[in-house]
Ligand binder design. Sequence first.
Ligand code: ADP
Ligand code: ASP
Ligand code: MG
Length: 438
Amino acid sequence: MKVMKFGGTSVGSPERMKEVTALVTKFNEPVFVVLSAMSGTTNSLVEISDYLYKKNPDGANEVINRLEQKYDKHVDELYAKDETKAQTREFLKSEFDYLRSFTKELFTSFEEKSIVAQGEMMSTNMVVNYMNEIGIKAVLLNALDFMRTDKNAEPDPVYIKEKLSALMKEHEGVQVFLTQGFICRNAYGEIDNLQRGGSDYTASLIGAAIGADEIQIWTDIDGMHNNDPRVVDGTKPVHHLHFEEAAELAYFGAKILHPTCVQPAKYAGIPVRLLNTMDPEAEGTTISNKTEYGKIKAIAAKDNITAIKIKSSRMLLATGFLRKVFEIFESYQTPIDMVCTSEVGVSMSIDNSAHLGEIVDELKKYGTVTVDTNMCIICVVGDLDWSNVGFETIALDALKDIPVRMVSYGGSNYNISFLIREEDKKRALQKLSDTIFK
Ligand code: ADP
Ligand code: ASP
Ligand code: MG
């Protein structure tokens, strides 16, 4: 069975919902479809929550009313039968009444999670009603009934597999199984989510749970491009990526794929394909266990990075110094991305600076600390095994006019990363593209 996930733009209008329906019903076997919220909806739900945190129910109601009007128009365009229109309108009314109910209550992150979950609830309901209206045997499985995280906020694959297979058994002979991406329940049974962009993760978790033969991520571009198309001109799709290469690119900024999506598919050995809803015949990108030897594949960039350097001639060579440094970051739940060491100092980069002040204060006990903000990690990905002589030189040469704060090479066989100033990002990405993919 294939798992097919459609992102926000792919279900962003009634027209697109009809195209998705055509795409998922051309197979002779059942498919499992994961949908995001219609594009813009999750952002609106976050906006509503922000108003409610700030105790501004009028602001929240204004966004709710605007969203409701938009959805009302979609109903007219999507369905042919009055009966389906009435049924969907009734569902949407209950959704918007539910959103309005929060304007009268105490507002915490618990309420926020319930609110942001409603985008996927609405899109899936609209699409399943459309499929049923045109005679497709489609069933909507509520993700809140099987998608669950454990006490560490990690998905619980055993629970997911058990629940999902029991639910699917109840619906023999169904052509399309449909569910919401992004949303789940946590270990306490509360509504939660897999983080923004997390529908890709849902698709991968479901793929692994049902032993799918392929996980397809349908979006608005023809696969993973060799550089960020939002920043660099003339980028091209990369047709094959190794799981590790895809993971590096996703983690270091290639938005097309959520970084968490790679792991479940990789462990289950299921290929992931990135495909374009706007151009379904395009080859896209296939992510699998195959390495294409001797090739640099793509470049990605991650913004909002902070670099922290601690210099200590006295302590660094002492056993346990690095452990002490890393423990400080761990105690503030702040992951480190890049690390470079020398005899007198260690530099690290982080992308979450929520506890920067506390971390710096604690590090000062061990040496002199310097902080550089507004930095950016540039990650060059491909077969960067150290036996490939000269590959790192090509990347360094492309950056010869740009100040480089840190270089990380040898941590994996698939990447070399550079830390530069955010203001140099565009120039660096363009230079790397021009040099490597000329
Ligand atoms: P969806 O809503 O379908 O999940 P996303 O917006 O999350 O879609 O991801 C698709 C977007 O990712 C593209 O429109 C593109 O602008 C952006 N993107 C960033 N880096 C890359 C890359 N290297 N290759 C392709 N797309 C990329
Ligand atoms: N709708 C959610 C978001 O906008 C999840 C997703 O689309 O993957 O982040
Ligand atoms: Mg996405």
